[in-house]
Design a protein around this ligand. Structure first.
Ligand SMILES: NC(=O)c1ccc[n+]([C@@H]2O[C@H](COP(=O)([O-])OP(=O)(O)OC[C@H]3O[C@@H](n4cnc5c(N)ncnc54)[C@H](O)[C@@H]3O)[C@@H](O)[C@H]2O)c1
Ligand SMILES: O=P(O)(O)OC[C@H](O)CO
Length: 335
């Protein structure tokens, strides 16, 4: 008999974890939401609002928030939605939990761990080898999902039967997951588009025009696909919601933390000042140096991503990066 998934534990009560918890509650699931901060737990349980990370959204009273991660292990499935740089330490606390054996953990964060240069599925397989990795990724702002605006995402699971059951469980009237089997391919797009969105923001912040912006999206997409090819992913995966779809959304919206960070850099603001003014995570800033090292060690041509990493590190200014990118040797357009 096919397993059905009724209870979900969501790890991370930032904007995205909270929006996904709300979506699951709308879909009729039982949701336990783990938050890092006690204030966030209290705000969700008492006022049914996440005032710190998703203010103004009335959450379903059926969502239970907790600071006790072990309260989630009896759930049918987990969602991992903490920022990428905190994911390992959080998941490690559950490493001895036998109750998780064979259960799906749906990775919803988008990033690369700096210290190891690993994607979240690698971090998961090292911290919780007893679970089944699944990826949910695509063009989806937390506030849009929380408001019930139409959203479509990729849900990737190697086990198609489990994946199909998860699609049924997480789908809601305005939230449409599409099933895929290429787990690593599905997570590459989300991590790389964050870095490329910083580049797009810089271009628009400097007033370089929409033509340059479109060129960065298209050539950035070539970098994303080159990396996917090198890592053995299905080339089709990145043409979907988790790749091209998310790249277009993030690179085109000032609402994006990554794009707006690049935009402010393009206007001449310092990275320190931009980040100091934020409580929310800008994943591309952390992923960029890891992506640069990954590209160099795998010998994948990713000049835009590497330029972003160098600019963020203070090793290159935006103007010089532009000159260098345009002065590169002419080449054929295909990968
Ligand atoms: N917000 C979105 O629209 C959106 C959409 C899709 C994917 N994502 C991804 O989801 C992930 C989470 O982003 P978000 O927007 O929900 O976060 P957020 O910016 O809204 O909130 C920051 C989160 O970091 C947590 N945090 C801060 N310090 C911590 C620590 N020391 N240990 C553990 N947790 C700590 C906070 O509790 C909070 O949950 C990111 O990888 C992001 O790329 C976000
Ligand atoms: O605000 P960003 O740049 O973290 O992007 C949020 C989502 O990943 C968009 O799909």
């Amino acid at each position: 008999m096919t397993q059905s998934y009724q209870s979900f534990g969501v790890i991370g009560a930032g904007a995205w974890g909270t929006a996904l918890a709300q979506n699951l509650a709308v879909a009729g699931r039982d949701v336990t939401l783990w938050a890092f901060e006690k204030d966030t737990v209290d705000s969700i349980n008492k006022a049914h609002e996440n005032t710190a990370f998703l203010p103004g959204i009335a959450l379903s009273p059926s969502i239970t928030a907790t600071q006790d991660l072990t309260a989630l292990v009896q759930c049918d499935a987990l969602l991992s939605v903490a920022p990428a740089q905190h994911t390992r330490s959080i998941l490690s606390t559950l490493s001895n939990e036998k109750a998780l054996t064979g259960k799906p953990v749906i990775l919803c964060s988008k990033g690369i761990e700096i210290s190891t240069r690993e994607f979240m599925s690698d971090v998961l397989s090292e911290t919780l080898p007893q679970v089944v990795p699944v990826v949910l990724s695509g063009p989806s702002f937390a506030i849009d999902v929380a408001k019930g605006l139409p959203t479509a995402v990729t849900l990737a699971c190697k086990d198609e039967v489990m994946g199909a059951a998860l699609v049924q469980a997480v789908a809601a009237p305005t939230f449409r997951p599409y099933l895929a089997t290429d787990v690593l391919g599905a997570e590459i797009g989300g991590a790389v588009k964050n870095v490329l969105a910083i580049a797009c923001g810089m271009v628009l912040g400097m007033g370089l025009g929409r033509s340059a912006h479109a060129a960065i999206i298209a050539r950035g997409f070539a970098e994303m696909r080159r990396l996917g090819k090198k890592l053995g992913c299905d080339p089709e995966t990145l043409t979907g919601l988790c790749g091209l779809g998310d790249l277009v959304l993030t690179c085109s919206s000032e609402q994006s933390r990554n794009m707006s960070c690049g935009f402010a850099l393009g206007k001449g603001e310092s990275l320190e000042k931009i980040l100091a003014a934020r409580t929310s995570v800008t994943e591309g800033v952390a992923s960029a140096p890891a992506l640069k090292k990954m590209a160099e060690s795998l010998d994948v041509d990713m000049p835009i991503s590497i330029a972003v990493a160098d600019i963020l590190a203070g090793d290159l200014n935006i103007q010089s990066a532009l000159v260098e990118l345009l002065a590169r040797e002419h080449k054929t357009e295909v990968l």
